[in-house]
Design a protein around this ligand. Sequence first.
Ligand code: GLU
Length: 407
Amino acid sequence: MVFENAQKQLEKAKKHTHLVQETEEMLKYPVESFSFSIPVRMDDGKLKVFEGFRVRYNDARGPTKGGIRYHPGVTLDEVKALAFWMTIKCAVINIPYGGGKGGITVDPHKLSKAELEKLSRGWMRKAYRIVGPDRDIPAPDVYTNGQIMAWMVDEYSTIVGQYSPAVITGKPISLGGSLGRSYATALGGYYCVKEAVQKATYGKKVVIQGFGNAGSHMARLLAEDGYTIIAVSDSKGGALLENGFDYGKLSEIKENEGRVDAYPGCKKLSQEQLLELDCDILVLAALENVVTDKNADKINGKMIVELANGPVTPEADDILYKNGKFMIPDILANSGGVCVSYFEWVQNKQGYYWEEEEVNKKLHAKMVKEFNTTFGIHSKKKIDMRTAAYVLALGRIDEATKDRAIY
Ligand code: GLU
């Protein structure tokens, strides 16, 4: 249960904080949790009903913010955990938002483009009651993208009768999207790595699990910086090339063949084998619960970067920390995505758009600051980086909860 894992992380971190009773109580349950059906007329003429979700977890610091996931494994429990993590993440990176998340239980690869559009518009036709530019602002997550955000912003704008770009982020540039948003999750993670390598010495061998938006851009950024990507994987399997992949060729192969292990001359690997490879940086950019108490002892990467949400379980966290691994946790490592979503929202509200360079400069400043604040807590309190990031976030949520004086 992913939500149970999130609660375990919270319990562990609470021991290092002095939260007021109100904060503890407010963090137990989501502010709003909404499950609904989405009927879609499929191409074959039959009606099919999909299950959709939106959870607003905590709004002490501002409107709730977080992506929408399309995946066959999506459940309310998972969406609740992801909404909780968004609450913590937005506080770690210090943007004025609470946390939310949405999803649909579906394998989007099995739908035609027309079906996908109906499904996405259908999600918004139900969720418009809970979302809003100053209430709850969705964005892309696993298997959702700018096109899906575009259909949703159009649907919302039609329902409320006015163009409302600030209701959703991760939009195409033509509809008020921000320059730099498409690769911001990876860029934020990359900035964290650049800070981490100043604190201790690491070599340049990298393994990346997951080759979606976050994983592929991370591979590009690290390869451009002289790192050697020795192994990558996607949902179809893993691939190893000791001398390192050529990023351009790799992305071309993924694009044309739909799988990274079609790369000529590579050795095919299972996900398990890939995770256990000897490397300097292990980037986890796929899904939850991939490093557990079963395989944590076999992880050979020296630095672990969580670009996915929740890839390491609480039990595995303790083992990795004991084994001296340096972890950059999800709530910090992948916060660049939501940070640039915030910049997109600010630009939408101002109706004034920034250059790409300005976006990246502002992102860099945020990542460096909060990475170092987290690192400082980790060193001072002698606690793992995840717990340190929670301590930082909980302090901020606590302050807002106290100041709002909810009765
Ligand atoms: N889905 C991303 C995340 O988990 C981005 C959320 C956003 O931009 O609101 O952080």
